[in-house]
Design a protein around this ligand. Structure first.
Ligand SMILES: Nc1ncnc2c1ncn2[C@@H]1O[C@H](COP(=O)(O)OP(=O)(O)OP(=O)(O)O)[C@@H](O)[C@H]1O
Length: 286
């Protein structure tokens, strides 16, 4: 299921370079870079408030960065599955009607994408009556209606039990394989996406670490953030040269007592680029 590396010459579908985002004087993202190629699955992982959704919105062009650039391939078609979509339970709406709200898709097109996500049976069901897993599949189908080059999926498995989550990640992997599209995925849980992702970017306002999932899962910063879920503490020596203050600012080693923060474990090292050319995060300080 793991995707081959993109040839060095292939241009990325989307590239964000040195993105920073500030709101109300707060640093939400600090010098973040990423790139997604055709056929590549890139997963953003990070704790609550790490800036994952903000980064997704920057990639989509819904939000403008304070600094840095986002470049999209000419004519790029993006299928977006947002983190939240309020469905009014007082207004029963068939799935077919729901799918037509954002596109002029014909019923036959809807049937094709619903079949692709294993929800063909749901086309005439009221959307309010769908299970969590069925609703996520319908939202995925909606994103596929545009025949996207790039799928952007913000926590696509929320409100789904673990078995259903595994099925959904399998489905996303098979959609990528079949269509050859790029996928930018936001997830809270690296273990479930591990086998189905090419590149992981661990975000905590800045890129803490990135690379292949097995490397990230052993990375001390990942372990510091997700310790109780991280099952493999690798033998991997890493120098924590700084940590973070509450506002996300970098505090050099030895000054941590002034920087006690909930995200304190996310000190980072700028030298772990894992030799992976496809998603280059990481920021540098002079
Ligand atoms: N428009 C805004 N104005 C002010 N602060 C904002 C704005 N958008 C996001 N934030 C703040 O930026 C931080 C990052 O939010 P974001 O939703 O990007 O994080 P996240 O990693 O997706 O979190 P979660 O996992 O909880 O969904 C949060 O502290 C949030 O309150």
């Amino acid at each position: 299921m793991r995707q081959r590396s993109r040839p060095l010459t292939a241009p990325p579908l989307l590239e964000a370079r040195n993105i920073s985002l500030t709101r109300d004087g707060r640093t939400i993202l600090d010098t973040v870079s990423l790139s997604i190629g055709r056929g590549e699955i890139v997963t953003l992982i990070g704790p609550n408030g790490a800036g994952k959704t903000s980064l997704v919105k920057l990639c989509l062009g819904l939000v403008k960065p304070t600094d840095g650039t986002v470049t999209r391939a000419p004519g790029l078609k993006i299928g977006y599955m947002p983190q939240r979509l309020a469905v009014d339970v007082t207004l029963p709406m068939p799935v077919s009607r729901f799918l037509s709200l954002w596109s002029r898709a014909r019923r036959a097109d809807m049937q094709v994408v619903l079949a692709e996500v294993g929800a063909a049976h749901a086309i005439d069901r009221a959307i309010q009556t769908l299970s969590g897993g069925e609703l996520q599949r319908v939202l995925l189908a909606r994103a596929l209606l545009r025949q996207p080059d790039l799928l952007v999926l913000d926590e696509p498995v929320q409100a789904v039990d673990v078995h259903g989550q595994i099925e959904l990640f399998e489905l996303i992997g098979s959609i990528r394989n079949r269509r050859g599209c790029g996928v930018l995925l936001v997830s809270h849980d690296l273990h479930l996406v591990m086998a189905r992702t090419d590149t992981v970017i661990c975000l905590n306002r800045h890129v803490c670490c990135h690379g292949k999932p097995e490397d990230v899962s052993r990375h001390p910063e990942y372990v510091a953030l997700f310790g109780r879920h991280a099952d493999a503490l690798a033998i991997y020596h890493h120098s924590h040269d700084h940590s973070h203050a509450d506002d996300g600012c970098v505090v050099p080693a030895g000054h941590e007592h002034t920087a006690h923060s909930e995200h304190q474990g996310c000190g980072h090292d700028h030298h772990h680029l894992h030799g992976h050319d496809q998603a280059h995060g990481g920021h540098r300080h002079g």
